[in-house]
Design a protein around this ligand. Structure first.
Ligand SMILES: C[S@@+](CC[C@H](N)C(=O)[O-])C[C@H]1O[C@@H](n2cnc3c(N)ncnc32)[C@H](O)[C@@H]1O
Length: 255
């Protein structure tokens, strides 16, 4: 997979998508700048054999910089694999008043050999006493249930490449998160106009959720292929949910 030396930016209305290294991005980010960090870092377990997921992540480094970058009224939300959960918890706990767990339950997980099918993914929400939580979402659970990203929402590899691949290898990104899940998080943890950052953007699901909900965002992804696909995705004028929004708006304003 290609990464171009240097930094590539793609300013889109309300946000920035950059092809950039998360270590560099977060260590050069201004202090107390973002309203929220909502991110899904590599799990260190080699998902679908991707090399980016086999490298050990410097979790103490990211916990420190996440705390430094987010406003004291802000929120940090990090997905993590089972083996990372304890490390993320301990590191974030050094800086934030509160840490709570969150679970995403996938209703159609991939079957695996002689063990429980892994259908739950954990995340941690780190926040302070004064951190924002959407008052309209009072009572929201730390649990979200949905299918894996599928249908027209799932980004696929180019047609010519797909022909040679097995069924499970045809999607572009092995861990593309469902937009409904990302929108739930963005709505609970931020308010319209807030600035959200995601240093490990993949195909920019956090950014798309922010765009659809009127939040500003800066997403960073290391690999050119994902960045490029994310850029196209966010600029696509005819996505299904945008069409539905438009239909709703027409129904409301039309006599
Ligand atoms: C778990 S995936 C995120 C998927 C994303 N939530 C989505 O819906 O598309 C983690 C991403 O981090 C990227 N990544 C890994 N190391 C990175 C680094 N040092 N800087 C920036 N991105 C990195 C990987 O390429 C991968 O796309």
């Amino acid at each position: 997979m290609k990464h171009l030396p240097g930094v590539l930016f793609s300013p889109v209305s309300g946000g920035i998508l950059s092809c950039h290294d998360a270590y560099h991005f977060i260590s050069s980010a201004a202090t107390h700048w973002a309203d929220a960090i909502i991110t899904d870092p590599p799990y260190e377990i080699g998902v679908a054999g991707e090399s980016w997921d086999q490298v050990e992540l410097n979790i103490p480094f990211f916990a420190y910089h996440f705390h430094r970058t987010v406003k004291p009224t802000g929120n940090v939300f990090v997905f993590c694999s089972d083996r990372q959960f304890g490390r993320w918890y301990d590191c974030l706990n050094e800086y934030f008043d509160n840490i709570t767990k969150f679970a995403w339950h996938s209703t159609n997980p991939l079957p695996r050999g002689k063990r429980f099918i892994s259908s739950i993914e954990f995340a941690l929400h780190a926040f302070n006493a004064e951190s924002y939580f959407n008052p309209d979402k009072k009572g929201a659970h730390n649990f979200f249930e949905s299918g894996r990203t599928g249908g027209s929402e799932r980004l696929m590899k180019p047609e010519a490449e797909r022909a040679k691949l097995n069924k499970g290898q045809k999607s572009l990104h092995p861990t593309q998160k469902p937009l409904s899940l990302m929108k739930y998080l963005v709505e609970c943890l931020t308010t319209p106009g807030d600035f959200v950052i995601d240093p490990f953007s993949g195909v920019f699901s956090t950014a798309v959720a922010c765009k659809e909900l009127g939040r500003d965002y800066w997403g960073t992804e290391y690999y050119l292929e994902y960045w490029d696909a994310g850029r196209e995705r966010i600029n696509a004028p005819h996505r299904k949910s945008q069409k539905n929004e438009l239909k709703k708006a027409r129904t409301i304003s039309e006599p």
